[in-house]
Design a protein around this ligand. Sequence first.
Ligand code: ATP
Ligand code: MG
Length: 565
Amino acid sequence: MTPNDSAPPSDFIREIIREDNQTGKFDGRVHTRFPPEPNGYLHIGHAKSICLNFGVAQEFGGLSNLRFDDTNPTKEEVEYVESIKEDIRWLGYDWEEREYYASDYFEQLYQFAVKLIQKELAYVDDLSAEQIREYRGTLTEAGKESPYRERSVEENLDLFERMRQGEFPDGARVLRAKIDMASGNMNLRDPVLYRILHESHHRTGDAWCIYPMYDFAHGQSDSIEGITHSICTLEFQDHRPLYDWFLDELEIYHPQQIEFARLNLSYTVLSKRRLLRLVQEGHVDGWDDPRMPTLSGHRRRGYTPESIRALCEAVGVAKNDSVVDIALLEHHLRQDLNQRAPRRMGVLRPLKVVIVNYPEGQVEEMEAINNPEDPAMGTRKVPFSRELYIEQEDFREVPPPKYYRLTPGREVRLRYAYFITCVDVVKDPQTGEVVEIHCTYDPETRGGDAPDGRKVKATLHWVSAAHAQLAEVRLYDRLFNVENPNEAPERGDFTDYLNPNSLEVLENSIVEPNLVGAAVGEIFQFERQGYFCLDRDATPEKPVFNRAVGLRDTWAKIEAAQKKV
Ligand code: ATP
Ligand code: MG
């Protein structure tokens, strides 16, 4: 599914835009932007914002910019800029030549600040950060005015200029807006506009030692770019009066800010600060660890851009916060891959099977369907021989009730091959563990059907031992044990909820030879086991597969229900 091939979505934001187009508010223009701060990798919450901003622009024949809100040199890095661009492209969106940076506007923003000083609407404050906090008051208590609030325009201009020239150390002074220390909206209690930071910036180098606060940069950057609809998340609702105040007092073009609810996912944290901690503290193996809710993590795990866009569309755009079940994301991935992923056979935990009446040295090429959902994907040949591997869990010496798979004396089908019947079990003399099973096959059932019409209740996947490719398979479970890891426990924090079993590595899996030479990022359905993506850790000798998501496992449900009885 591409963003365009279904009926255009409808929601309150699109309604506003339609109305603005009718009234001619922006002369029919629609110009949005996605404004990431380059201080981490994008996560699936950002995908919602990307799909919305770029999607709306596409639908209304407008434009969407990519703008990096890079006002904080201490936390930002080029690595993040590059990853953000890669992730947006991967999602399927294009900002064309409109790649902008708030830092490109530093001089303009400085001039805006000068203008506010000249209008007696900004002042240089010598209070320390701690004092400013104290003076701010609380939600129930008005703030206190700074003793430096009534400095003259001349003195403020002089001090602000000297701040820029680097005369003062970090934290010595700030520039603040002069609004209202008694405002019910804390954002209007003389917010800080500029701070001194003797830090190199990833783009402007050492040109600046004062940096605008995000709040002083964001709305003006939208204005400079001629954005019509500044779409942002709900937490900025209380900042809107401040942004409006800046635009009004600066007398510049005024975009319309519209807030919508963030995407939250169950069993997941979506905050760059927390994701950074997971990386830095080694709870995961980097930003693109397949367990991470980052876009790069999802990509590496085997998620498709189509599935993520489909999730964002299904969730829609609303005004109230809600938590989306992660199972819905998995559902959209299955929907997408079911249509597109080639089928292969892979045995995760191998158990040897010897077909005792099959000629030694004989090899047959069995015809296997690549995707029953898509006949155009054709068929392939899979070699069959006397010794094979099947899944350990597909054999039980003593079958529990309702177990229909292989067990002594029972006949089952090997997919695309033959019916086989278990005739013997070989055990490790020390441990008693089943190490090999012996079966007979019925040569009349080639291809998987019996000419006499007899039925079997199970069809197993398999790989010929002589043709097997050894593979590493990584199985993932939820990264957190609780539905809402954002709600910290009484003591400790969200990392207490990490699932210690979120990664299981199988070193000795076996896959069919058709998987040799697969490309990194290619996704397959391993029959009966789920969808698997070739990881970049793969070597020519040993492919490595990440399981993106399992197929619905009805057996697990039956087993769980039986345990309860
Ligand atoms: P985080 O809280 O993860 O650090 P952020 O909002 O600080 O995210 P930004 O880089 O500022 O990260 O985000 C860029 C854009 O993405 C913003 O417009 C922001 O509102 C939006 N965004 C961030 N998280 C979500 C989310 N969970 N759902 C929808 N939009 C989001
Ligand atoms: Mg932010």
